[in-house]
Design a protein around this ligand. Structure first.
Ligand code: HSE
Length: 309
């Protein structure tokens, strides 16, 4: 029996639309991600458990785990007879890489169960393809950090899909999911099909500057450059009181903030635990829309998908 945990992630990280992603873990050590347990069986079986399992599609064939299993079997040309338990701890459509958590945990578990027929590049390519089928187009900024850990820069080079870049160890990442759903496919659909040259140049400048600041260890420069000109202006309307929230958390002391993935989760960064706690309290009180919403103060999860137990 194998149990794999795949952590939640923040897609885009403000400045890198579709090409920058960060895996996260609450500072209290709690797990924030999905778990997939796999064991041999005489027929394929899928059991859904966990806080958000009721929100999963009723038909097994529509479950992401089934899609992963079915694609994997096709690739290795063998029907893998297994019983799979998905512990769905991540809310669907939250902007925290919920689908990526399920995809990554399932494919890592099944690949290990079958004695690694796919190498890590092949596995990541498959993760990206399946993510693309669910959300409308391939993007690796959730699957790559959830699989490989840390802050990932997506390269999609002929040989290297993604690489870890240096991050600031004293940064606290505060995330607040308001308890409502935003479909990634829909949040991608509302973006312009084309961008003006000036926006492309500005975006390149900020992204290159952020990567430079990360390598040259300039945290405040990096934080100032974490600005989103590609998606945030069009997605503001999907988040409750986003502009007011951003202003308020900046006033409390956040050195940066933005939309996590396609929203509605918001993330903020602080390099001071007291400020992080103050931001967390404010978000709990003012950003959550119902009792299912949550706020966590996190570190980057540098390990990515891993065996549990
Ligand atoms: N990069 C993706 C988007 C992440 O912003 O649409 C989705 O979580």
């Amino acid at each position: 029996m194998i149990t794999i945990y795949a952590p939640a992630s923040i897609g885009n990280v403000g400045v890198g639309f579709d090409i920058l992603g960060a895996a996260i873990i609450p500072i209290n050590g709690a797990l924030l991600g999905d778990l997939v347990t796999i064991e041999s069986s005489n027929k394929f079986q899928l059991i859904n458990k966990g806080l958000f399992s009721k929100k999963l599609p009723k038909k097994t064939e529509e479950n992401i785990v089934w899609k992963c299993w079915s694609r994997f079997c096709k690739i290795i040309k063998k029907e893998v007879l297994v019983s799979i338990i998905l512990e769905k701890n991540m809310p669907i459509g939250s902007g925290l890489g919920s689908s990526a958590c399920s995809i990554v945990a399932t494919l890592v578990a099944i690949n290990e169960f079958c004695n690694y027929p796919l190498n890590s590049r092949e596995l990541l390519l498959l993760m990206g393809q399946i993510e693309g089928e669910i959300s409308g187009s391939i993007h690796y900024d959730n699957v790559a950090p959830s699989y490989l850990g840390g802050l990932q820069l997506i390269l999609e080079d002929t040989e290297i899909i993604s690489q870890k870049i240096p991050s600031f160890k004293n940064w606290f990442w505060i995330i607040a999911w308001p308890g409502i759903k935003v479909s990634t496919a829909e949040a991608r659909e509302i973006l312009p099909k084309k961008y003006q040259k000036e926006i492309c140049i500005k975006n390149s400048r900020y992204l290159a500057g952020f990567i430079h600041a990360s390598y040259s260890k300039q945290p405040y420069l990096a934080a100032r450059l974490m600005q989103d000109f590609m998606a945030e202006p069009y997605r503001i309307k999907l988040l409750p009181n986003f502009v007011k929230t951003k202003k308020k958390i900046k006033k409390i002391g956040a050195i940066s903030s933005g939309i996590s993935g396609s929203g509605p989760t918001i993330f903020a960064i602080s390099d001071n635990i007291n400020t992080a706690e103050e931001i967390s309290l404010w978000l709990k009180k003012h950003y959550l829309q119902n009792e299912t919403g949550f706020v966590h103060i996190c570190f980057l999860d540098t390990r990515g998908a891993r065996k549990i137990g």
